[in-house]
Design a protein around this ligand. Structure first.
Ligand code: NCD
Length: 315
């Protein structure tokens, strides 16, 4: 099935072949993402970037991806400066955006916000994070990072560490890794464990999942450690946050005996869970991961807006 005109709301919207198609297209687009090859493949297209929650990488990489392909963008970055501050509903805002632009990228604090938006919009909607729900395009770039490192996605041993309860990036990633037959180890404080419905989804897929709160043990034989920040903004009660704040931090000594290709990943922003000295380690790939956001989002935008990827990356 073609991706043309499709909404991307959750990783469940994409099949394995579709994911592989996006990753292949993104590899071809790396020279365009690096600015070495110009492209006007999306010239004349207008994208709406509607961000009702803080964002650095996601918004700027979507914007970079669009502009490097010749498209233009209109942006909401500060809800206080839009008519939502006057009491306009998300539904009405989305209806407007779908009149103006060819595609809507939406980040919103409410889980399910992008599904609602997709029902109201006759233009494709991409979920750039809905509360503690899903963040499918982050998963695509996470997979691109793993594929670049290991030349395959099959059968990787991945440790998911940190705030698995509220971290939407791990909710999307866990599903995708289940699709590719990864062995998953969940390493989190008990209060931050993976939500029941995500766990059930993995069980239904027949994914291999174990829990190991002791990171040193969890890392035995691992290919990837995927670290997440405690999602402070999702805690209704700051006293609950205080109970888990600072409860985990990657000890650089643990990286000493890992396999050569072992990769430490993080969707970023990091707060204190990865100390800066890890940045110098050959295992640290989180800044490469942040760069790969651009070609991956280029590939996705091209496939959704035109149904194809510009030949050889450019035009
Ligand atoms: C993540 C997010 O917004 O869910 N950031 C991102 O998009 N790279 C992770 C986070 O905020 O911790």
């Amino acid at each position: 099935m073609s991706l043309k005109g499709r909404d991307i709301l959750s990783m469940r919207d994409l099949s394995r072949p579709e994911i592989l198609e996006i990753l292949k297209a993104s590899r071809a687009l790396i020279p365009v993402a690096e600015g070495r090859r110009p492209s006007r493949a999306l010239e004349g297209r207008l994208l709406s970037l509607a961000f009702f929650e803080p964002s650095t990488r996601t918004r700027l990489s979507f914007e970079t991806a669009a502009k490097r392909l010749g498209a233009r963008t209109i942006t909401i970055v500060d809800p206080a400066a839009s008519s939502m501050a006057k009491g306009e509903s998300l539904s009405d805002t989305v209806r407007m955006l779908s009149c103006y632009a060819d595609l809507i990228v939406l980040r919103h604090p409410n889980e399910g916000a992008s599904r609602l938006a997709a029902q109201l919009s006759d233009k494709p909607v991409i979920n750039a994070g809905d509360g503690a729900g899903q963040h499918p395009t982050q998963t695509l770039l996470d997979l691109a990072t793993m594929e670049e490192r290991f030349q395959t996605l099959a059968g990787l041993r991945v440790v998911l560490m940190g705030d698995l309860r509220y971290g939407r990036t791990v909710h999307s990633l866990a599903h995708a890794l289940g699709l590719f037959g990864s062995e998953l180890t969940l390493s989190s404080p008990e209060r931050l464990s993976l939500p029941e419905e995500v766990r059930r989804d993995l069980d239904q897929m027949g994914a291999k999942v174990t829990e190991q709160p002791d990171l040193e043990k969890a890392l035995r034989g691992a290919d990837v450690l995927y670290v997440t920040r405690i999602q402070k903004e999702r805690f209704g009660d700051l006293a609950e946050y205080a109970k888990v704040s600072g409860s985990y931090r990657l000890d650089p000594a643990l990286l000493r005996n890992m396999k050569e290709k072992f990769a430490v990943m993080h969707p970023l922003p990091r707060v204190a869970e990865i100390p800066p000295e890890v940045d110098r380690s050959p295992h640290a790939v989180y800044f490469r991961q942040a760069f790969l956001a651009v070609p991956v989002r280029m590939a996705l935008l091209s496939l959704i807006l035109t149904g194809r990827v510009p030949p050889g990356g450019g035009r």
